[in-house]
Design a protein around this ligand. Structure first.
Ligand code: MN
Length: 198
């Protein structure tokens, strides 16, 4: 079995004007594909080395594998928590209750999440996780694809703030991209993940 690109639930131009067809196409078919290929390539290399009983740089492989697999997983989560603006919805029911109880308001949650995304040093992600033992919603600021990850938290919502995620549309203006991002959040998917996590 190999990793493969997941199917998108919408067409490349469906996230416009917030994410252009060109931006999404490059991001999905080039960048995400590269992580898929990267992970598969490492597995192939490992299989071969083990068959030949040849030396493997275990430390380098572990690092590279983590980066590529986490990259693939986060992108897969990201595509599915996006939707055309007309179908974006908003937080409701249990999710809304949890956000209001823990953050005070949806606006406050959005502002904290945006700040986490805005202040990632270099390349990374902001993620909303659900911490099962405490029932808390926790914002993670992930560096690269795999640093500062809380391994057991269920991820409900992510945003990619690698420059490759927004450069075509917004150049270096991450803040503008994040403003646009809130228009294309698939709140139905976030709600579903929340229900599953509980
Ligand atoms: Mn990306």
């Amino acid at each position: 079995m190999n990793y493969t690109l997941p199917k998108l639930q919408y067409k490349y131009k469906d996230l416009e004007p917030y994410m252009s067809e060109e931006q999404l196409t490059i991001h999905y078919t080039k960048h995400h594909q590269a992580y898929v290929n990267g992970a598969n390539g490492i597995f192939d290399k490992l299989d071969k080395a083990r068959k030949d009983n040849s030396e493997v740089d275990v430390k380098a492989v572990a690092k590279e594998l983590s980066f590529n697999i986490a990259g693939h997983q986060l992108h897969s989560l990201f595509w599915n928590n996006l939707s055309p603006a007309s179908k974006s919805g908003k937080p409701k029911d249990e999710l809304l209750k949890a956000i209001n109880a823990q953050f005070g308001s949806v606006e406050r949650f959005k502002s904290e999440f945006t700040k986490a995304a805005q202040t990632v040093e270099g390349s990374g992600w902001a993620a909303l996780g659900y911490d099962v033992p405490t029932g808390r919603l926790v914002i993670m600021q992930i560096e690269k694809h795999n640093v500062n990850v809380n391994p057991e938290m269920k991820i409900l919502l992510v945003v990619d703030v690698f420059e490759h995620a927004y450069y075509v549309d917004y150049k270096n203006d991450r803040a503008k991209f994040l403003e646009a991002f809130w228009n294309i959040v698939n709140w139905y998917e976030v709600e579903e993940r929340f229900e599953e996590a509980k």
